[in-house]
Design a protein around this ligand. Sequence first.
Ligand SMILES: Cc1ncc(COP(=O)(O)O)c(C=O)c1O
Length: 406
Amino acid sequence: MTITAQEPDTEPETTRAASAPDAPSSAAAPQAEAVIDLDAVAHNIRILHDHAGDASVMAVVKADAYSHGAVPVARAALAAGAHELGVATLEEGLELKNAGISAPVLSWLHTADADYAPAIAAGVELGLSSPRHLAAVVAAARRVGETATVTIKIETGLNRNGVSLEEWDDFLVDLARAEAERAIHVKGMFSHLAHADEPHHPVIDDQCERFTRALDDAKRAGLVVEASHLANSAATLTRTDLRFEMVRPGIAIYGLSPVPRMGTFDLRPVMTFRSRVALVKKVAAGEGVSYGHTWIAPHDTTVALLPVGYADGIPRALSGKFEVWLGDDRRPGIGRVSMDQVVVDLGPDGAGVREGDIAVFFGNGEQGVPHAQEWAEALDTIHYEVVTSVRGRTVRTFVGGPDGPS
Ligand SMILES: Cc1ncc(COP(=O)(O)O)c(C=O)c1O
C-alpha cells in the first residue's frame, strides 16, 4: 500500500478552500483523496489534554497514524501539547526518528528475534513483553554501546502482549540486573484495557488493580518507574481515575469518538475521504449497474461514476449500503463496489452534478456529510477499521497544522 503524502499546501487560499468537504484542494485534485485536517488534530489533542489533568499525553500514531500520515500527525500532535508518541513496530518508530522528531517515541510490538540495534541507536524506546525480549534488547544495547530506554508491558487481563504473571518475578530480577549493568533504563510500565469502551465494566477495575500491584512489585525490586500508563482514548475521556502519569490515546486524536453511544466528546474528525466525479451519464429504466446488476434502475435516471473502489478503501461489503455527499445532498451508492470505482444515483434530473465535482464518502458528519461511524455500522465493524482501510491510490492532502497556514 502506498499513500503519497503531500506536503501541506503553502498557498493560503487553496488550503482554506480545501477544508470545505466539497471544495477541491487544488485545480487538479487527485481521483481519491484523504484530506487530513491538522488543526483538527490540534483541537483533539487539547481536548485530551483537558481530560488528562496533570498526566502527560502519549499520542498513538501507529499504523501510519491510523492511515492519517504518521509524521505530519505526530508533528501536529506534539505542537499542540502531546509529550510523547506511541507506535507498534520498530519500523514505525524509526520512521518518526528519521524524520527528525526528537520527542520520546515508544514502540511496543516486536518478535523477540527482531533487530533492535537500529532502534536503540536512533533512540526509539522499547516496550518489553517477556524475558526473551529483554535478553534480545540487552544484547543489542551491548552491541550498540548504548543504554536502551524500556517500558514494561504488563499482562493485566487483555492476554495479548505483555509479561505474563508466571514470568513476572524472574523478569523483575532480570530487569534489575540489566539496569545495574546500564544496558537498559527502565522508564515506564504500561498495560492495555480490554473493556475501555464500556467505562463501568468491572474488568477495568480488575486490570487497574493488577497494574497497581505490578507497579508495587517493581518498586520493591528497586526500579524507579517515572511513567506508568493504562488509559487509551476511551479511558482518558471517561475514567479520569486511570490517568497515572501518562495517558495513551489513539482514535480520539483522529476525531472519532471512542464510545460513540456517549457522543462526540467535542472531538473533530480529521479525515475527509473524497473523490471527484469522473463521469455523469444517463441510465434507462430497467438497466443494471455494475457487476452482477445487483441494482436495476427503477426509472430513467442519471448516475455519477466515482473513480475509487475497494483497492482504495471502500469495502466491497459496503455495496448498496453507503451514501456520498454530492451536489448539496446525499446520493445513494448503487450496485457493487468494484476495485476501482463506485456509482451513485443522482435521480432523473442529475441534480446539477457535473464531471469534476467533489463527492465526499465520509468526513466531519456535519450538515449531511456522512461520518465514518455510518460505514462502521453498515459493515458491522468499528470506525477504527474504516479510517485505517483508506489506502491504495488515495493521495493525502494536509491542511492546517503547525507548518502550514490554517
Ligand atoms: C497498546 C495500545 N495503547 C493505546 C492504543 C490507543 O487506543 P485507542 O485508539 O483506542 O485510543 C492502542 C490502540 O489499539 C494500543 O494498542
